[in-house]
Design a protein around this ligand. Structure first.
Ligand code: ADP
Ligand code: MG
Length: 373
């Protein structure tokens, strides 16, 4: 993905690639924690480097379509990575935005945010309403906006707008549109109307998650915003554009946390869907005609018509700078980047204390907890 030239508006290419952005959240210390300093840092708007645990005198440098450093605001992430794709969904095209990364690295902050710092979801929904409002009546189309909200947990598709939802099937119609029969789809007339449905469903999910031990980090939350436009005059053509906004399950290596039983089953489902997602993104971005393995997981099957093809997609990989995230950061970066470069240059010489000890500790934990990645 890294060195290729973006062809994001897809017009001249059959399959559009997935834009990959990385967002580094600010360093956070807890009072009782020894301050190890960061193990990763940004270089410029497309590059970052991380210390190489195999050799602390080296760094590994990665290149992405965009790199958002720890000072980047919610507004800036939205403007650069999300806003440009939204006009397409008013023209019957599909789009998807997903947040990837280990638990604690900022996926929910990026997608949902808080009332003081709203994230991609509220900003995108507002923008879709603004775009529709700004449409000239003379163009001859009327628009309607609707939403669905679901979660994929343990390879089950559950409706978040309907409490006690059962596992729902994913189907494909004759035009290759993916649909979920039985999933609630609610027309929304304004942003506050959206909020009225979205907030309680999100709260439900969060409450359930504390009971079910962090369920929210073990399932994929998927918000669908659908824009249908209909020609006012005959032949009254109709076009549907879909926007998927996805907060993915945590990408951390579950083998290291000693998971058993239900947790282990969850891990298997998460690994399957994230691994399949990485294969899908790889085959889309490699530009070759190898089979895109959408059908290998529920997540990629559901996103099939909104990821690749004529769709506009962006993956925001969230990473954290602290040493305890080191191996999860490393694997998230390898997931996101196609190319990386080992640079023979110590990471911290001029900025923070030499991090030899923490790296050694992280490596030992890694080697103790898993049998080779
Ligand atoms: P995840 O959803 O990936 O598990 P969260 O979004 O819950 O991670 O983020 C973990 C913590 O870090 C939260 O307290 C969140 O508010 C904070 N955080 C994440 N990203 C940022 C950021 N860019 N700026 C400030 N705080 C952040
Ligand atoms: Mg989260």
């Amino acid at each position: 993905m890294a060195q290729r030239v973006a062809t994001s508006d897809g017009g001249n290419k059959k399959t559009s690639r997935v834009r990959v952005a990385v967002r580094l959240r600010p360093y956070m210390t807890t009072p009782d924690q020894k301050d190890d300093g960061p193990c990763v840092r940004g270089l410029d708007s497309q590059n970052l480097e991380i210390i190489n645990w195999r050799n602390a005198t080296e760094t590994v440098k990665y290149h992405f379509d965009a790199f958002h450093d720890e000072q980047t605001t919610q507004q800036e992430v939205f403007l650069s990575s999300v806003k440009p794709i939204l006009p397409h969904i008013l023209q019957g095209q599909n789009a998807s935005v997903f947040a990837y990364g280990p638990t604690g690295a900022g996926k929910t902050h990026t997608m949902l945010g808080s009332s003081e710092q709203p994230g991609v979801i509220p900003r995108a929904v507002r923008e879709v309403f603004n775009l529709v409002k700004a449409k000239d009546e003379d163009e001859g189309w009327s628009y309607s906006i609707g939403m669905s909200y679901l979660e994929i947990y343990n390879e089950k598709v559950l409706d978040l707008l309907s409490p006690n939802s059962q596992d729902l099937p994913i189907r494909e119609d004759k035009d290759k549109n993916i649909l979920i029969p039985g999933l609630n789809h609610t027309t929304i007339s304004s942003f506050s109307d959206f909020d009225k449905h979205f907030v309680p469903a999100t709260l439900n999910r969060t409450t359930a998650s504390t009971k079910l031990n962090q369920r929210s980090s073990r399932s994929h939350a998927i918000l669908l915003i659908k824009v249908v436009r209909t020609q006012r005059a005959s032949p009254r053509r109709q076009q549907t554009g879909k926007l998927y906004l996805v907060d993915l399950a945590g990408s951390e290596d579950n083998r290291r946390t000693g998971n058993q039983g239900i947790r282990l089953k969850e891990s298997g489902a998460i690994n399957l869907s994230l691994f399949t997602l990485s294969k899908v993104v790889d085959s889309l971005n490699s530009g070759t005609s190898i089979r895109v393995p959408y059908r290998d997981s529920k997540l990629t099957r559901l996103l099939q018509d909104s990821l690749g093809g004529s769709a506009h997609s962006v993956m925001i990989t969230n990473i954290a700078p602290e040493y305890k995230y080191y191996f999860d950061t490393f694997s998230a970066l390898n997931f996101a980047a196609k190319s990386k470069l080992i640079v023979n240059k110590p990471f911290t010489r001029e900025t923070v204390a030499v991090p030899v000890l923490p790296v050694k500790r992280a490596r030992e934990e890694h080697e103790a907890g898993s049998s080779g990645t």
